[in-house]
Design a protein around this ligand. Structure first.
Ligand code: RAM
Length: 885
């Protein structure tokens, strides 16, 4: 057949197929997709004995609700498709389609299961069975047969060891699964290929208590005959520098590897290839690696073929040492893995006034640079990272403090090589390149963003370009600081899971991306590192040692994030799992409170609030720290009550409701005059008192007026720090001052959200004036250009500008409130949110005094549309509304 006719026929066939698929879709009024288990698609490491299943419903008909579902779980795709040999078959009436708990026979360690679901709706339609999804159970503690291996003797070299094991498979492989973890970080290869595209495994947890393992399906990577496993280890958070004061070896001084590869042959027999005494190791080209300081890679030390078969030189390698298990529990990885994401081409290579060769990537990001180079052996190239240039245009790294943030590559013989680091990441927009052989061109460098692989769930844009840039900056603040744990900043010698920052940003984070798995994993460590007296440390995982006090607004992460996640994803189990920790936290405050007042101990206060330098007439917005503490005491107690209600703990509801009344009464007595003035007349004081309902009803509106007067007095500027900022606009909107909220949002001069945007920021800054109007910098001791806390305004932008809101008593957007409140001369806005039920859309334009609103409500949910002149209740589907404004 002539090739062109063949192609034509192929095209027709494809078209025919597409046509048929489309016809089926049309005929199909109701279908089910996006199957997830424990918030994840086809997870391979489920630990809970009762995993939960979620699906989305697609319907071509409006007002669709699920009326019943059937679910079936089996041990093979065929059996589940045929509905035979099932381990669970459930059939339930009702509209629950999110997080349905498994209720079949006991799930077996290491076993893979397939599942599918079909639903009926309120219009009498029945969907087809969904395509089967899968999940695999993690490995039970008793099923680990591998031994921990390490180097022989003391693990004192800065270099990365390479561990190697060759083995032979004689029969046909049906499946092969690798279970891997490490003390330190690992990069595992099979027959010269990485086992997966994940980085920084096994992830950062409170290692002294538990250590995650990963599970990879490596069936396709194995071949019959000889195969080889090759793994290198880095220091990572485990053994590397972490925390303050040049602290090393926080979790241990010995890197170790634990790997178990389980092969099942087509004849049903099984075999394991485990780490044990038979492995060998030597040191490879990574001469040193450290998260803060970067990596040194000497290509001359590369060992050609080391992780391929037939490598005979390992005869000279050293036999590994083995190590004891330690006290940690091995747990299945529960959050999303860290992966590579966006790549940025270098925008320009230029010489600074100081004569440095610098490259600009145009975006402050977190990850690393891939560098192409060719030169004589021994040529040393260094890449230093920086977020900003000085006002003179020179490379600036003082704000990284002691973090070297430098990658060094030493070239081998004259071949072109592409370098990238393995066990480090940096926060940067610029790199300074030294020692590059020949002329450095833009095409020699690519910046790679690396962060936890969370699905993007939110889109937000308006007619205002600066606001869109602010949203961009918020998203990049999230990308850069959600690298396995939520960190304060990604560039200096800190990069820690600061609790205050995380609680401030959690709601915004849940709009932008699916953070259910990410926070579920981190909350385990909040609980783990909580001290026996209930105190929550400042950073999680806690590498700063035990505290003797806890800070309001930081430690309250223990109540705030579980509740936020419950509302965003409808995940009741988060509350169940964290309840005890929430209760212990409130118990801790009660134990240090006197007469129901939490007025002692150390607090960070309204961190980084507005403080002008020449503060002669008292413009600094200092809020009494104990006033703040009392409002968070109330807030945490309120959230505990909310959780107790959800979990049906009536005694606790009564107990904490009584306590809350006392906390509020104590607040009023101590911090408020009879007319409703607060002892601190700051925005933050009024915001917290109002947002947490601390004041008697009749004094709330007048207090909100005081807040407005304060904002006006500062010329429509905010003066809030980490604790007041997240709620500032919410309070103004709630009390009828939406215009003031917009005045703050649209403000372009310092202090404001748009000031950094005007100064060219591509991420959220730690301080309102990280770069001052004259181009000089804030104090380098604490001046990060990638700190998400002030990005907490994103929550208000989605809720108020676009108007997309969840409702706590029908969480997870089962019931949605769409209530856009235009303002700030914005003429159109549109947002989308991929909820656990499907996509919610809200898009409006303002035209001749009319608000024109288009909304989409996913199947199996309903929405209340709040327009300026009316309110409507609707079911799923797409709608257009117009309302006078
Ligand atoms: C800084 C951190 C963080 C903040 C604490 C109190 O070191 O960067 O943002 O939460 O201090």
């Amino acid at each position: 057949m002539r090739p062109c006719i063949k192609t034509l026929l192929q095209k027709c066939a494809v078209f025919g197929l597409l046509f048929a698929v489309n016809l089926t879709a049309l005929a199909q009024k109701l279908s089910v997709n996006d199957l997830k288990v424990e918030h994840l698609k086809n997870p391979l490491a489920i630990e809970t004995p009762k995993p939960r299943f979620s699906w989305k419903i697609i319907s071509t008909v409006k007002n669709t609700l699920q009326s019943s579902y059937e679910i079936r779980v089996g041990t093979s795709k065929a059996s589940v498709n045929a509905g035979k040999d099932l381990v669970w078959k459930g059939s339930t009436t009702g509209d629950q389609s999110v997080l349905i708990e498994y209720a079949g026979s006991e799930l077996q360690s290491k076993k893979r299961y397939y599942w599918q679901v079909r639903v009926k709706d309120n219009h009498g339609n029945t969907s087809a069975w969904s395509e089967p999804g899968l999940f695999q159970m993690g490995i039970a503690p008793t099923d680990w047969t591998a031994k921990w291996i390490t180097v022989a003797g003391k693990d004192s070299s800065a270099r990365s060891p390479l561990f190697r094991k060759e083995f032979s498979l004689q029969k046909k492989v049906k499946s092969a699964i690798a279970y891997i973890t490490a003390k330190g970080l690992y990069e595992a290869n099979i027959n010269g290929q990485r086992v997966s595209d994940t980085y920084f495994a096994p992830g950062w947890t409170s290692y002294k208590d538990h250590l995650q393992y990963q599970v990879y399906d490596i069936t396709a990577a194995l071949k019959s005959g000889a195969n080889v496993l090759g793994v290198s280890l880095g220091n990572g958070w485990y053994k590397g520098r972490i925390g303050f004061g040049n602290q090393h070896n926080f979790y241990g001084d010995t890197r170790g590897l634990l790997m178990q590869v389980e092969v099942e042959y087509t004849d049903g027999t099984k075999e394991s290839i485990n780490t044990d005494e038979s492995w060998k190791y030597t040191y490879g080209p990574i001469m040193a690696s450290d998260i803060y300081d970067g990596e040194i890679y000497d290509a001359r030390m590369e060992i050609a073929g080391w992780n391929n078969t037939g490598f005979k030189e390992d005869a000279a390698w050293t036999a590994v040492g083995t190590m004891e298990k330690g006290t940690e529990k091995l747990v299945a990885m529960s959050g999303p893995p860290v992966r590579k994401h966006e790549q940025f081409k270098a925008l320009k290579v230029f010489k600074t006034p100081a004569g440095e060769t610098v490259v600009d990537f145009g975006q402050n990001l977190v990850g690393w640079v891939m560098l192409k180079a060719k030169g004589t052996a021994g040529t040393k190239i260094t890449l230093s990272h920086a977020e900003v240039l000085t006002k003179e245009g020179n490379f600036y790294t003082v704000n990284l403090r002691s973090a070297k943030a430098q990658d060094t590559y030493i070239l081998k013989e004259n071949t072109e090589q592409v370098f990238e680091p393995h066990f480090t990441f940096q926060g940067f927009r610029y790199v300074k390149v030294e020692g590059y052989p020949g002329e450095l061109k833009t095409e020699d460098l690519t910046a790679v963003a690396v962060y936890s692989d969370m699905e993007t769930t939110g889109k937000f844009s308006t007619s205002n370009a600066m606001l869109n840039q602010l949203q961009h900056n918020i998203q990049w603040g999230q990308k850069g600081n959600f690298v396995d744990v939520p960190t304060d900043c990604p560039q200096r010698d800190e990069r820690l899971g600061w609790t205050g920052d995380a609680q401030a940003f959690a709601n915004t984070a849940a709009y932008n991306m699916d953070v259910a798995g990410f926070f579920t994993k981190w909350l385990k460590d909040v609980k783990t590192d909580q001290q026996p007296n209930g105190l929550i440390p400042h950073v999680i995982p806690n590498v700063l040692g035990p505290n003797d006090g806890a800070s309001a607004g930081w430690a309250d992460v223990s109540t705030i994030i579980p509740w936020d996640m419950y509302v965003a994803y409808g995940d009741r189990r988060i509350l169940e799992t964290q309840y005890e920790s929430m209760q212990k936290w409130v118990g801790y405050i009660s134990s240090v409170a006197k007469n129901n007042l939490w007025n002692s101990g150390f607090h960070f206060g309204d961190w980084l609030f507005y403080r002008p330098n020449d503060d002669n007439d008292g413009r600094a917005a200092v809020t009494d720290k104990y006033l703040i503490a009392q409002t968070f005491y109330a807030h945490s107690t309120q959230l505990l009550i909310n959780a107790a209600k959800v979990l049906g703990k009536q005694d606790d509801v009564a107990k904490y409701t009584a306590l809350l009344a006392e906390i509020k009464a104590a607040f009023v007595k101590e911090y408020m005059t009879p007319t409703g003035r607060l002892v601190s007349g700051t925005q933050t004081a009024y915001v917290l008192a109002l947002h947490f309902d601390m004041l008697p009803e009749e004094l709330r509106a007048p207090c909100a007026e005081r807040l407005v007067a304060n904002v006006r007095d500062y010329g429509n500027h905010l003066t809030t720090g980490f604790l007041g900022t997240p709620y500032l606009c919410h309070v103004l909107t709630r009390f009828g001052h939406n215009n003031v909220a917009y005045d703050l949002l649209m403000q372009e001069s310092y202090p404001s959200w748009l000031y950094p945007v005007k100064m060219g920021a591509t991420t959220i800054w730690e301080r309102w004036d990280g770069i001052k109007p004259d181009g000089s910098f804030q104090t380098p001791d604490m001046n990060s250009y990638n700190h998400y806390a002030y990005g907490a305004i994103g929550d208000w932008m989605y809720r108020t500008i676009a108007g997309i809101n969840s409702v706590a008593d029908q969480p997870g957007y089962k019931s949605i409130v769409i209530a856009p409140k235009p303002g700030g001369k914005i003429t159109n806005a549109s947002a989308e949110l991929e909820t656990v039920y499907g996509t919610v859309k809200s898009a409006w334009t303002l035209e001749n005094g009319l608000l024109k609103l288009d909304v989409t409500v996913p199947a199996n949910t309903k929405a209340k549309i709040v327009l300026p002149d009316t309110t409507k209740e609707i079911g799923s589907g797409s709608y257009h509304f117009e309302s006078k404004i």
